[in-house]
Design a protein around this ligand. Structure first.
Ligand code: APR
Length: 320
């Protein structure tokens, strides 16, 4: 049986980390693509030279031609510009909309059967543009944000309560931005919901509120420290878990930016919701009953996403 082919569009910080993880996990052969000729080729060669040491078998190829994407089973998109201190994810909208349009076309021509994971920010708008430009079914174009946001939430909670990160499960709803909605009620330690853990004295309401806010600001915290770019290790791990669930038909329940067709009262937008990811792509969207305050937070978050998508629509009309 031939190996799977994983194409990474964008060979920057996240792209390189994705490639390393794909190799270490033996998910398939890897193609790194970037507009800066030499970078994807150099990174591919460097990475494959680690394979004898790490003991993985995979081909690594670098290219600046879209034809390298031919027949890819999974495409992970990080092409574009990352933010610097003082910038919000939304500041990247103009330039990254153009990049997503070009990338979408490249995917349509070369690998229209692929499962596509978008990481480029502002995520919920960029994944929308990518789906439009590629013309792929919405079940096969998703955005990576929720796995990362919930990983941050899980880590902060585990650290606060001195328990293993493995036993903390948590998720967030809504857009990948300051308006994201960490779902406190549905977050647990070994199945015990956070409100019960407050009653048990493991956590205080005040500390939880601080952790929720730190989760919302998680990306900015890293940008502030790095000063030259944004987070890349945890975003890469998060996208790889989505790719793995698709390639191995694991049917994991993961929070992803998925195209909604009425769920949560939202139509025609990509918003972060829990999804089942398997061999058919997004196989199911989990629709939870939200309480009043969760509904209000989600509405605010969706409003922010919808405003960005309207700007993208205008830009795409102008370019057409
Ligand atoms: N086609 C292909 N690659 C492109 C294009 C394009 N049109 N435009 C830019 N790139 C490449 C750049 O040359 C660079 O190598 O995308 C890469 C982006 O890498 P980094 O700048 O290192 O950014 P990274 O940290 O990987 O983040 C990428 O993910 O989380 C988001 O906000 C982040 O939008 C950003 C993206």
């Amino acid at each position: 049986m031939a190996r799977n082919k994983i194409a990474l569009v964008g060979a920057g910080n996240i792209g390189g980390t994705l490639a390393l993880l794909a190799g270490l996990k033996e998910l398939g052969d890897v193609v790194l693509f970037d507009i800066i000729d030499g970078v994807p080729q150099g990174k591919a060669l460097d990475l494959v030279e680690s394979s004898p040491v790490e003991g993985f078998d995979a081909k690594f190829v670098g290219s600046s031609k879209y034809s390298a994407l031919k027949g890819a089973d999974v495409v992970i998109v990080t092409a574009g510009v990352a933010r610097k201190p003082g910038m919000s994810r939304d500041d990247l909208l103009g330039i990254n909309t153009k990049v997503m349009t070009a990338v979408g076309e490249g995917i349509r021509k070369n690998c229209p059967k692929a499962f596509v994971i978008c990481i480029t920010n502002p995520l919920d708008a960029m994944v929308w543009v990518l789906q439009q430009a590629s013309g792929l079914p919405a079940s096969h174009v998703v955005g990576m944000a929720g796995v990362l946001d919930s990983a941050r939430f899980r880590y902060f909670l585990a650290e606060e309560m001195s328990v293993s990160v493995e036993d903390v499960s948590a998720f967030v709803l809504g857009g990948h931005g300051d308006t994201m909605v960490p779902m406190v009620r549905y977050s647990t330690v070994a199945g015990i919901p956070l409100p019960d853990l407050i009653k048990l004295g493991w956590l205080t309401k005040e500390r939880l509120d601080k952790i929720v806010q730190r989760t919302r600001d998680g990306g900015a915290e890293i940008v502030g420290l790095l000063k030259t770019g944004s987070a890349f290790y945890a975003p890469a791990s998060s996208a790889i878990s989505m790719a793995e669930s698709y390639l191995k038909d694991k049917k994991r329940v993961l929070p992803c930016a998925a195209h909604l067709t009425g769920q949560y009262g939202i139509k025609g937008l990509y918003v972060g919701v829990p999804c089942v990811i398997g061999a058919k792509g997004v196989e199911r969207i989990v629709e939870l009953t939200l309480n009043k305050s969760e509904q209000a937070m989600l509405k605010k978050s969706v409003g922010a996403v919808s405003g960005l998508v309207d700007v993208c629509k205008g830009m795409m009309k102008q370019a057409a």
